[in-house]
Design a protein around this ligand. Structure first.
Ligand code: SUG
Length: 445
């Protein structure tokens, strides 16, 4: 049996904009209110997906969500026609209105936590959508995320879908952005490393002071239980509260792993040595490659600016590992020097490829934020909705679709334009036909 890691990237939605919604995420705050280009954003994402498919990787696509979110605005008491709901919300409650316009579902690393069949008690692939409770705009995602995941991974013989955790800060869950799996090969049982920012029920434990910790230990434990993971296959690691306070709002901004490699910053974790010891012990006899980047080589500030750790580490068909990095890493002298050095260290990482995903980076989303990893056997790949898998024809179809429906530029005031709502809905309606997803959106039900 063959086994793969399939990256499911989020397709950027037609309302992609910069609203400064994410306190604790430096880029989101710094770029608030600048103009965006939904068309460029979607095309940058598609280009990365296609490039990985061309490298011989299995690559999937996850559909965006319906925005502006009229249903939520109605739940909050705005009434009338859809256009009136938009107008009233924009005028009376601009902050709520903006949250309901965000295309944030593009960062599919936050869509769900996924455990491959090799790790779970019932031998199925398990999915739990993230509740994203810490940010209002993101807390609107899990319901439809669940539907999109079910439409993508429909076959119940292979795929098990859970509801998102209770919507409360105690169980704040940000999905795969705080979840890393180490394994000798994708189809072999691995060690699932859950990284959390705080303890929900114990205020005496260390926690950040300036910015919020979005993920709790208790959320991680609930997911491990739901997915039927064994205690010997799980490690819980606390994130260093000081780096959260410097803008590391998810662990994937400071660490990334693939197979037998964990690439992380010296300051990433609270209790690094005991975490690494436990991971190695549970992993077994084969030595893991712990690649630590020291502060003297790359500061936390540069890591946050360039997203050195929000890179994807992928295993190419020839088994070499490659880093998929944003161009910001190439432009920063310290980080670019480090990446040159990394290739000479004799680790499994042998190549670096740079991608321009600036539209997403300006909201704090790098290459790794844009993708949800799903390790699958060839049988499971065959059970995936084939219209969600990237190939030449889907690539050109989706580019045409973007050209037809997306705006080149979106200013802040455009978001209240009822025409944008109509455009977005007709785009998504067509997309559900292209990807054969069924009626996943509220406006279709
Ligand atoms: O949740 N930004 C996202 C970025 C998510 C990045 N994902 C990972 N690290 N895995 C967030 O903070 C900003 C939206 C705005 O400000 O308009 C935003 O939601």
């Amino acid at each position: 049996m063959k086994q793969f890691e399939v990256n499911f990237d989020g397709l950027v939605g037609p309302t992609h904009n910069y609203a400064g919604l994410s306190f604790g995420n430096v880029a989101s705050l710094n770029n608030a209110k600048s103009n965006s280009s939904p068309k460029q954003a979607a095309k940058q994402g598609l280009k990365k997906m296609k490039a990985l498919a061309d490298m011989g990787m299995q690559q999937g696509v996850l559909a965006p969500q319906e925005r502006p979110d009229i249903l939520t605005l109605r739940r909050l008491g705005f009434t009338g026609t859809d256009a009136q709901v938009l107008e009233k919300a924009a005028k009376q409650a601009p902050a709520i209105f903006l949250a309901c316009c965000s295309a944030s579902s593009m960062w599919t690393a936050n869509a769900a936590t996924v455990s491959p069949s090799a790790d779970t008690a019932d031998g199925r692939v398990h999915f739990t959508p993230a509740n994203l409770t810490n940010k209002f705009h993101r807390s609107l995602e899990p319901e439809v995320t669940g539907r999109i995941l079910k439409a993508t991974f429909a076959d119940e013989r292979y795929f098990q879908h859970h509801s998102h955790l209770p919507d409360n800060e105690h169980f704040g869950d940000e999905g795969a952005a705080n979840h890393t799996r180490l394994c000798s090969d994708y189809g072999h049982a691995g060690v699932e490393m859950f990284v959390f920012g705080r303890y929900a029920f114990d205020a005496s434990k260390p926690a950040p002071k300036r910015f919020p910790a979005r993920q709790t230990l208790e959320a991680c434990q609930a997911i491990a239980r739901l997915h039927g993971l064994s205690d010997e296959g799980v490690v819980y690691v606390q994130q260093n509260p000081h780096v959260i306070d410097q803008g590391v709002f998810h662990n994937d901004v400071i660490a990334v792993g693939n197979r037998n490699v964990l690439f992380y910053h010296e300051q990433a974790f609270f209790n690094t040595q005991s975490a690494l010891d436990e991971i190695q012990r549970k992993y077994g006899d084969e030595k893991l490659h712990f690649i630590q980047v020291d502060t003297q080589d790359v500061s936390v500030e540069d890591a946050v600016k360039t997203y050195l750790f929000n890179t994807q580490i992928i295993s190419l068909p020839n088994d070499e590992m490659a880093i998929i990095a944003p161009t910001e890493c190439q432009e920063n002298p310290a980080v670019s020097r480090y990446l040159d050095k990394l290739l000479t260290l004799g680790t499994p990482i042998k190549q670096v490829h740079f991608f321009d995903v600036k539209q997403s980076m300006r909201n704090g989303g790098g290459p790794a934020c844009l993708r949800l990893r799903v390790a699958l056997t060839d049988q499971e790949v065959d059970a995936v909705n084939p219209n969600t898998l990237m190939n030449d024809s889907l690539f050109s179809r989706l580019n045409q679709w973007v050209d037809k429906h997306y705006r080149d530029e979106l200013t802040f005031d455009d978001l209240r334009d009822p025409q944008l709502l109509t455009e977005s809905r007709s785009a998504l309606d067509e997309l559900t036909q292209i990807m054969k997803l069924g009626s996943v959106y509220p406006f279709q039900r």
